[in-house]
Write a protein that binds this ligand. Structure first.
Ligand SMILES: Cc1cc2nc3c(=O)[nH]c(=O)nc-3n(C[C@H](O)[C@H](O)[C@H](O)COP(=O)(O)OP(=O)(O)OC[C@H]3O[C@@H](n4cnc5c(N)ncnc54)[C@H](O)[C@@H]3O)c2cc1C
Length: 456
């Protein structure tokens, strides 16, 4: 089969771009790499395409290097930027996410310029991937290309609004949380209902606030939990023995953690320090749970885990607390049921846990329900095709795709084929923690180690 590329990367968000940077840096001469990404600029994806300065990284700058072996690389890049001249030590700061896109874009161009390999960027959405004559064939609307190896980096999918009637609403009545420009255009007095109270909700609230919004903002979520904030300087609880936790089942682990948080508090350490100590070991913690405990975690613990693990910048937390305290944000603990366009508003219907109906008349509903983990609900034609033809199967508990611990895709028979790998959130079922840059850069480096020097 004719091979257009040695390696094709499907998806040019942060994960695909990190993989390309590592491949280019480690490549043998002549290696042909391609990224397939419909968006115009690689490195942006859903997290870093925002142009809004109020949308901050939720990881301090000192932990966002693209290169695991050079942990200060993002800081070095920032030091060369005129806007940060004289800003002092930025390692503990939570900077605008758009800076991170610029960093990845520049590092990609530098790696490309100095690599003995070649990189092509193609603006196609891949719709199918087939095995043909000992290679792989990628298809898009109107064309196809051959590749010896393919890295799937298709990333995050937005969860659709879980409400009857949602399909009949369109922008601007129904807006998606990642549509920053649509949100910025909301009138100052407009009534807004944000569905979902995770990190995407925080972005929406910050954008409304930055635009001088003064109307009522309703926050709707089933459990009514708001994201918690980082504390400055991210202290680490060195006293926590994570290896001892690995030997425990879920229930005993949670008990041990609660005890540790109390002990840390007595020693003057915030609970965040315990989470910081756990953070590098989250994959090991997940993998050491048996299937039943993983299921229990997903059913009963994950919502509490998420607000403690995925924390927001201290400054974002301060804005959220202030707005909630002033009554401008009204939190409703209820399950969304229906949305409908009425003559002068959108009507949002929800039910609380006692079955009582809540009806809100608003001008805009914002879908901030976050990312879809269940691969069969992602509505990505490529993933559908891979599942349908048995080239892939859903990951553990139906989340992400089934892979081995090195990210090799498993087919429907459970066989790993080395020429198809996965990076990023699609590895969630096997690794759980597989979303943020500290994991993505390690996965990207490992793909490059496996593939960069393969013979043509
Ligand atoms: C709002 C938000 C803020 C975040 N902030 C941080 C942070 O501060 N720090 C941190 O470490 N992590 C953060 N994260 C986690 C974040 O998900 C990752 O850092 C990063 O976005 C993951 O990149 P990705 O490439 O895996 O996914 P994505 O960003 O989703 O990119 C996937 C890309 O694949 C493309 N694609 C999908 N299907 C196809 C196809 N069939 N063919 C071709 N292309 C396709 C899409 O167009 C997209 O550009 C944040 C996440 C969100 C949602």
């Amino acid at each position: 089969m004719h091979r257009d590329h040695d390696i094709a990367i499907v998806g040019g968000g942060a994960a695909g771009t990190l993989a390309a940077i590592h491949l280019l840096r480690q490549a043998r001469p002549g290696l042909r790499i391609a990224i397939y990404e419909p968006a115009p600029r690689p490195g942006e994806g859903v997290a870093y395409s925002t142009r809004r300065p109020e949308h901050l990284l939720n990881v301090p700058a000192g932990k966002m290097s693209a290169l695991p072996e050079e942990p200060a690389d993002f800081l070095h890049w920032l030091a060369g930027r005129a806007e940060y001249a004289g800003a002092g030590d930025l390692s503990g700061r939570y900077l605008p996410r758009r800076d991170y896109a610029a960093y990845l874009g520049q590092r990609l161009e530098e790696a490309r310029a100095s690599s003995p390999a070649t990189l092509e960027l193609h603006r196609h959405r891949i719709t199918a991937l087939q095995r043909r004559d000992g290679g792989l064939r990628l298809q898009w609307d109107g064309g196809s290309a051959g590749a010896a190896r393919v890295l799937l980096a298709t990333g995050n999918a937005l969860r659709p609004l879980p409400a009857r009637g949602a399909g009949a609403l369109a922008a601007p009545q129904l807006l998606q949380a990642w549509d920053s420009e649509g949100l910025a255009a909301i009138a100052a007095q407009a009534r807004v209902c944000i569905v979902g109270t995770g990190l995407s909700m925080v972005d929406v609230v910050l954008t409304l606030e930055a635009g001088g919004h003064r109307g009522p903002v309703h926050l709707l979520s089933r459990h009514g939990l708001l994201p918690l904030a980082h504390v400055p300087d991210s202290p680490v609880d060195a006293g926590l023995d994570v290896d001892a936790l690995l030997a425990l089942g879920l229930r005993a682990r949670l008990r041990a953690l609660r005890q540790r948080v109390a002990a840390a508090a007595a020693a003057g350490l915030p609970w965040q320090a315990v989470m910081e100590r756990l953070r590098p070991q989250v994959q090991a913690l997940w993998r050491s749970l048996d299937a039943a405990d993983q299921r229990r975690f997903l059913r009963h613990v994950v919502r509490y885990w998420d607000i403690h693990r995925h924390r927001i910048a201290p400054e974002a937390g301060a804005v959220l607390r202030q707005l909630a305290g002033s009554g401008r944000l009204q939190l409703h603990r209820a399950r969304l049921d229906r949305v409908a366009a009425a003559p002068r508003c959108v009507q949002v219907g929800a039910r609380d846990r006692h079955g009582r109906e809540l009806v809100l008349d608003v001008d805009h509903v914002v879908n901030a329900t976050g990312v879809e983990l269940r691969v069969q609900a992602m509505r990505n034609p490529l993933l559908e095709q891979l599942l349908g033809e048995g080239l892939a199967m859903p990951g553990a508990h139906g989340i992400g795709l089934a892979t081995d611990a090195d990210g090799r895709l498993l087919d429907a028979a459970g066989q790993a084929r080395g020429e198809l790998r996965v990076i990023g959130s699609l590895r969630i079922g096997e690794a759980w923690e597989s979303l943020a840059v500290p994991e993505l850069r390690v996965q990207a480096r490992d793909v490059a180690r496996a593939w960069a020097d393969l013979p043509a």
